[in-house]
Design a protein around this ligand. Structure first.
Ligand SMILES: [Zn+2]
Length: 672
C-alpha cells in the first residue's frame, strides 16, 4: 500500500489523487448517518472493510475516468496514468491503429496485481491529425469501461535546409534532419530500384548508401520514404543528386610506358582535385625477381609526390601502383592506378644516315643516338677508317646526333668504316660504354651524258668498273616500254651494291633511257615521231616503216639512218666503247634474240635459260613480228661491226621483271 502511494505520489497523477482524498470521508459519514444503532454490527463490518473498499472504489473511479493522450512520434509508446488492479483482466476493445498494454507495477510471484499506467503503441500506420478513441474494460464488459482518446499531430517534418548541397560522396551516409526524433516510423532511401535503410537517431536520418551502389560522377534520382513496419506510409523527399567526381590522375612527371633518361628521385601525380589521403603506394623493379623499392608519399597542392628512397637501377623496368587516393570531397580512385616505366642506359646508337654502298665521296655521316648527348668533345671517340688507315674527320654533337665530316673526300668505290669507341653520357650523367662500328663503301659508278634528245633531255650512261672488256645494257629505246628503264634502274642499284663482284677486267655500262622524250610523253617514237630502233644503218634500213599498230610511217625510220640525236649519240658512244657485248631491252614478247655475231647465240641461250624467256636467233625470229624491224640497233651492230648483241623482250610492259632477269644479267657481266 505504501509502495503504491509512494509510486502514485511520484508522478503527475498526484494532483488528481489529492482532489479525491476528501471523497472517502464523505462516504464514511454517509454510512454513519444511515447505519445508527440497529444495524451497528453491519456498520462495524462496513467500517472495518471501508478502507479497502474505499481504495478499490478510488481505483475504480480513477480507472473509469476517460483519458486522452497527445500521441508523440518521438516515443515508441505513449502512456497515461490509469491505476488498475489485476491488469491481466483488462481487455481492449476493438482498436484499429493502436495497441494498449498495462504496466506491471506490483506483482506477486510474477503475477501482475497492480498497474499504474496504460500505454499505447501504434500497431498500424497512424494518420496525421488523427483522433481515435480506445476502449478497454475488465473482461471486455461494457461495465467499468474506460475510454482514452489518442490524438496524433503532424508527422515529423523533414528539414530541407539541412540536406547537403553539391555532389555527394558515394560512400558516406546521406543525412536528413527531422523536426522531431521519430520512434514510430522507419525511413528508407530508394534509387534505381535499390533500397537503403536509414538509421534514425537524434532527429537525424543517416541513410547508408552502400546498398544503392552509387558510382562516381553520376546523377541519381533518390526518394526518401516513411515506413511503418514494412508498409510505405508516404514519400517525403525526392531529388536528383550528383555523386562526386572520381579522383583522376591528370598527368605524371614520368609518363606511363616511358623511358626515363634522367635520374629521378621522385614521381609526382597531378590530380584533378586536392587529395587528403593516399594509401598503398608500391614501387617494384620488374624482372625475374620483383624487387620492392622503398618509397614514401606526400600530398602536395597539385597532387601526390612519391619519393624514391633509393636511386633507381638503370636499364630496368619498374611498376608503381597506388591502391587508393581519397579527395577532400570524398571522391576516390575508382581503380588502383598503375604506371610502368623503364630507366635508360646511357646513349646508344640508333641509326646512321648512310647505307652500306653508293655513298658520296663528300658525304657527312650523321650518327643518331636514342637520346640527347652531353655537350662534349667527341673527336677522340670517333674514328673513320679506310682499311687500317685513319681518315681525319671533324666531329660535332648536337641533340642526339654526332655529325662526322671527313676533312677530305673519300676515294672512289672505297670501303670504309665509322667507329665510335668510348664512354658516352647523356646530359643527366647517365653513361654507356659504346663500341659501335659501321662499314660502308663510297660510290662505285660514274655518270656521263652521251648526248641529248630532240627536246634537249640528257641521255645518261652509268659506268661500273674499269676493265678493258665492256658489256653495255641499253633500255628505253621505245618510250612506251618504260619497264625496260625500270629494269635497268634496278640493275644500276644491283651493280652498285655488288660492285666488288665485277671482274677487274670488265666495265659495265648501263644506258637506261635512250629515248627520254618518248618516255616523258609515253610515245614509242622520239619527239620527231621517228622509231629509234628503225633508224640505225643496218643493211635493211629504210625510211618508210610499218609500225606495230599497223600504221605506216612515211619517215618512221628517219629521213636517213642515224638522223635522230638519240640514235646518233648511242651509235657514237657504242663505237667509242667498242663493247664485247651489247644488250638492249624491249617489251613485251618474252624473247631473247641473238644477233648472230660472236658468241651471241650461246649468250642468248644462257640468258634465256636463266630468265625463262625464249631464246632465238635473228634468223629464227624471221617474220615473228608482222611489222617492219628494219634499221634495228642489233642488226646494225651485226651487219657493220659484228659486235655480239642480244635483244631482250620482257614478258610484260608493267613490271620491271628484275628478279627474273637478275641472274641472267650477272651471267652477261661474267661472260668470259
Ligand atoms: Zn621496243
Amino acid at each position: 500500500m505504501s509502495k503504491i502511494l509512494t509510486q502514485l505520489s511520484t508522478n503527475h497523477a498526484l494532483k488528481c489523487f489529492s482532489s479525491i482524498v476528501v471523497f472517502p470521508q464523505k462516504i464514511s459519514s454517509k454510512f454513519k448517518q444511515i447505519n445508527i444503532s440497529p444495524r451497528f454490527k453491519l456498520t462495524a463490518v462496513i467500517v472495518v472493510v471501508s478502507p479497502v473498499s474505499l481504495f478499490i472504489t478510488t481505483l475504480a473511479v480513477l480507472h473509469l475516468l476517460p483519458g486522452s493522450v497527445a500521441y508523440s512520434y518521438d516515443k515508441s509508446f505513449n502512456c497515461i496514468t490509469a491505476p488498475t488492479l489485476f491488469p491481466e483482466f483488462i481487455k481492449s476493445g476493438t482498436v484499429s491503429s493502436f495497441k494498449s498494454f498495462s504496466t506491471k507495477d506490483v506483482t506477486l510471484l510474477g503475477y501482475p496485481l497492480y498497474s499504474h499506467s496504460t500505454c499505447f503503441a501504434a500497431k498500424a500506420p497512424v494518420n496525421e491529425k488523427h483522433s481515435e478513441k480506445v476502449n478497454f474494460s475488465y473482461f471486455g464488459n461494457s461495465f467499468l469501461k474506460k475510454s482514452v482518446t489518442l490524438q496524433t499531430d503532424l508527422f515529423p517534418v523533414l528539414s530541407y535546409a539541412h540536406i547537403k548541397k553539391g555532389p555527394l560522396s558515394t560512400k558516406d551516409p546521406i543525412e536528413f534532419k527531422l523536426s522531431t526524433n521519430d520512434q514510430t516510423f522507419s525511413y528508407q532511401l530508394e534509387s534505381e530500384e535499390k533500397t537503403a535503410k536509414c538509421e534514425n537517431k537524434n532527429q537525424s536520418l543517416f541513410c547508408d548508401v552502400s546498398p544503392l551502389e552509387f558510382k562516381q560522377s553520376e546523377n541519381y534520382n533518390i526518394k526518401l520514404s516513411r515506413f511503418f513496419n514494412d508498409k510505405n506510409v508516404n514519400q517525403i523527399f525526392e531529388s536528383v543528386i550528383t555523386t562526386v567526381a572520381p579522383v583522376e590522375i591528370v598527368s605524371t612527371s614520368i609518363g606511363n610506358g616511358s623511358t626515363v633518361l634522367d635520374k629521378p628521385s621522385s614521381l609526382t601525380l597531378e590530380l584533378n582535385k586536392k587529395a587528403v589521403s593516399v594509401d598503398e603506394v608500391v614501387l617494384v623493379q620488374i624482372g625475374d625477381v620483383e624487387t620492392n623499392i622503398p618509397v614514401s608519399s606526400e600530398i602536395t597542392d597539385q597532387g601526390i609526390k612519391i619519393i624514391f628512397e633509393e636511386e633507381l637501377a638503370r636499364e630496368a623496368a619498374f611498376k608503381m601502383t597506388v591502391d587508393s587516393i581519397t579527395a577532400e570531397d570524398k571522391g576516390f580512385l575508382p581503380n588502383p592506378y598503375t604506371l610502368e616505366f623503364t630507366t635508360s642506359g646511357g646513349p646508344k646508337v640508333n641509326s646512321v644516315n648512310i647505307g652500306t654502298y653508293g655513298i658520296s665521296q663528300s658525304q657527312s655521316f650523321i650518327v643518331s643516338f636514342d637520346q640527347t648527348l652531353k655537350d662534349a668533345d667527341y673527336n677522340s671517340l670517333v674514328d673513320v677508317r679506310l682499311g687500317a688507315q685513319s681518315i681525319p674527320a671533324l666531329v660535332t654533337a648536337k641533340n642526339n646526333q654526332l655529325t662526322i665530316k671527313p676533312k677530305e673526300n673519300l676515294p672512289f668505290c672505297a670501303s670504309f668504316s665509322i667507329n665510335i669507341n668510348g664512354n658516352i653520357e647523356n646530359p643527366h650523367g647517365v653513361s654507356r660504354s659504346v663500341k659501335w662500328s659501321y662499314n660502308s663503301r663510297t660510290i662505285c659508278h660514274t655518270i656521263s651524258i652521251i648526248g641529248y634528245s630532240v627536246l634537249g633531255r640528257a641521255i645518261y650512261a652509268y659506268r661500273f668498273g674499269n676493265g678493258p672488256s665492256k658489256v653495255i645494257f641499253v633500255g628505253g629505246t621505245h618510250g612506251t616500254e618504260g619497264n625496260t628503264k625500270w629494269l635497268l634502274d634496278s640493275w644500276i642499284n644491283e651493280l652498285e651494291a655488288k660492285a666488288p663482284n665485277i671482274s677487274a677486267t670488265r666495265t659495265i655500262i648501263v644506258i637506261p633511257n635512250v629515248n627520254p622524250d618518248g618516255y616523258a610523253s609515253g610515245t614509242r617514237t622520239n619527239a620527231n615521231n621517228i622509231d629509234l630502233n628503225r633508224n640505225f644503218p643496218a643493211n635493211n634500213w629504210k625510211s618508210g616503216v610499218k609500225m606495230p599498230t599497223g600504221e605506216y610511217l612515211e619517215n618512221g625510220g628517219g629521213v636517213q639512218a642515224l638522223s635522230e640525236p638519240e640514235s646518233s649519240a648511242l651509235a657514237s658512244f657504242i663505237l667509242s666503247e667498242n663493247p664485247r657485248m651489247v644488250l638492249t631491252y624491249h617489251s613485251q614478247a618474252s624473247l631473247v634474240v641473238a644477233n648472230e655475231s660472236g658468241d651471241s647465240i650461246s649468250a642468248a641461250n644462257t640468258y634465256g635459260s636463266s630468265s625463262n624467256y625464249t631464246s632465238l636467233t635473228n634468223s629464227q625470229l624471221g617474220s615473228t613480228f608482222d611489222y617492219d624491224t628494219t634499221g634495228a640497233f642489233e642488226d646494225w651492230l651485226h651487219d657493220k661491226y659484228d659486235i655480239p648483241a642480244l635483244l631482250v623482250e620482257l614478258a610484260t610492259t608493267t613490271s620491271n621483271e628484275f628478279n627474273r632477269n637478275k641472274n641472267a644479267m650477272w651471267a652477261m657481266v661474267n661472260l668470259p
